[in-house]
Design a protein around this ligand. Structure first.
Ligand code: HAM
Length: 422
């Protein structure tokens, strides 16, 4: 039977479920492109050191979850558990840091982690992620968060809460680490073997130990926020100030440290708030990493990014019945009520398509009924009607199928009208 059984923690996607993942990718990349991100495709596997050195030897991802094997040439190879380290490797190898200005890439595809499969947790899962290099401004942090926020908005997902924290710069973390080393010393005998090792190798990782998470010493440990340098405090308050101005709601979660070692200063997660088994799951997470690139190129190149879990997003969209809004991928259907009006419909559809809208029209009929049928079938948001009178006045009837309102709009102003209503 084994030969016809998928590996634990993996899934087959076909038909509708495959289409859902592709739709999330499409919407996410469309939004990311508006922020200047271009696509990057890196290999599914890398030399193991790409992840060991960059994600951090003490992280759970490296220590316990990597699919690592020797290839036939005896090299240690790892199936990528995440994208950031792989994109950083490519950024350095291809000397993208030599480009003036910023470098911004988005990516999507499968990631692999040997975790215990459960709701929203798989051994092979798909991420959509972005990485931006080359600016140290807190404005960039807020803009990156805004792009993620807008992806959820475009997908029609509700009740996603932004959790945000600062884990400080290198100096803040050093202060905090040495404090934790002393603090945990007296409790360490009651902790798991991994935490006992972490005490000397990376005491901050004790805080996100899955085994000891109920341990009173962890619960009572002071937060990193109390150890931030003045620079880090100011940086974080600037990030929050911009989020306030952008009206992005957030919760400052002083316990959020993230499980990957490369982060500095801003870290964040988008968490779903629901009354089912998905409640509290992170749909995505990310943060700034000021030193990941520096250490390798000897030049100050700060990075920031995030990644979303597509299976989790898809599950939330199922629960929230959010797919129906996305089916309105066709923006307009244009109806022509006589042969001449068909030509006007062609002209208008060409204009709207050139501006990026998706437009359909019925080529065969000038009757209303079959043309309305088409509009219904493709579930368009706008129906534009052109007849003899409309041609004469230059005012076309524009029906909004969602709000069920209609208005005559000058044919040159239809694009602006649709954009304004978005
Ligand atoms: P991460 O928090 O490890 O961050 O993963 C990001 C998202 O991937 C999670 O919020 C979750 O939605 C999804 N995810 C992670 N593990 C699993 C799993 N086993 N099964 C299903 N979904 C999962 C990163 O990977 C960083 N590289 C993000 C980043 C980009 N930071 C800076 N740039």
């Amino acid at each position: 039977m084994g030969q016809y059984q998928k590996i634990k923690g993996t899934q087959d996607f076909y038909g509708v479920t495959a289409n859902k993942l592709r739709t999330i990718e499409m919407v996410s990349s469309k939004v990311a492109k508006t922020y200047g991100f271009k696509e990057i495709i890196t290999p599914i596997f890398e030399n193991s050191n790409v992840f060991i050195k960059n994600v951090g030897e003490e992280s759970d991802v490296v220590k316990k979850e990597m699919y690592t094997f020797k290839d036939k040439g005896g090299r240690s190879i790892t199936l990528r558990p995440e994208g950031t380290a792989a994109v950083a490797r490519s950024f350095i190898e291809n000397k993208m840091y030599a480009n003036p200005g910023m470098t911004k890439y988005y990516y999507y595809g499968p990631m692999f982690r040997y975790e215990r499969p459960q709701t929203g947790r798989y051994r092979e899962f798909n991420q959509f992620g972005v990485e931006a290099y080359g600016s140290d401004s807190p404005l960039l942090d807020s803009d990156i968060i805004l792009s993620g926020y807008n992806i959820f908005k475009s997908l029609g997902i509700k009740n996603v809460v932004l959790h945000i924290n600062s884990i400080g710069d290198a100096a803040s973390r050093l202060n905090y680490s040495s404090f934790l080393q002393t603090y945990f010393k007296e409790y360490i005998d009651s902790m798991c073997i991994d935490c006992q090792r972490r005490l000397t190798t990376n005491p901050m990782r004790i805080l996100d130990c899955k085994v000891d998470k109920e341990n009173i010493a962890i619960k009572n440990a002071p937060n990193i926020t109390d150890f931030l340098t003045n620079e880090s405090k100011e940086y974080f308050s600037n990030v929050l100030k911009t989020l306030d101005a952008l009206e992005i709601p957030y919760i400052v979660d002083t316990r959020l440290v993230r499980g990957l070692d490369y982060y500095t200063d801003t870290v964040f997660e988008f968490v779903i708030n629901s009354n089912d088994e998905l409640n509290g799951l992170a749909l995505g997470g990310g943060g700034k990493y000021a030193n990941l690139i520096n250490s390798m190129v000897g030049k100050n190149v700060s990075g920031i990014g995030y990644a979303f879990g597509l299976e989790r997003i898809s599950a939330v969209m199922d629960k929230q019945n959010a797919w129906k809004d996305l089916e309105t991928i066709t923006d307009c259907v244009i109806l022509g009520l006589d042969d001449e009006s068909k030509i006007s419909a062609m002209l208008l559809s060409n204009e709207l398509r050139c501006k990026g809208l998706t437009v359909e029209m019925d080529y065969a009929s000038t009757k209303l009924k079959p043309q309305f049928k088409l509009a219904e079938r493709v579930n368009c948001k706008y129906i534009i009607i052109i007849g003899e009178e409309e041609r004469k006045t230059g005012l076309y009837m524009v029906k909004n199928t969602v709000t069920k309102t209609q208005k005559k709009i000058s044919k040159d102003k239809i694009y602006e009208y649709i954009e304004e209503e978005k």
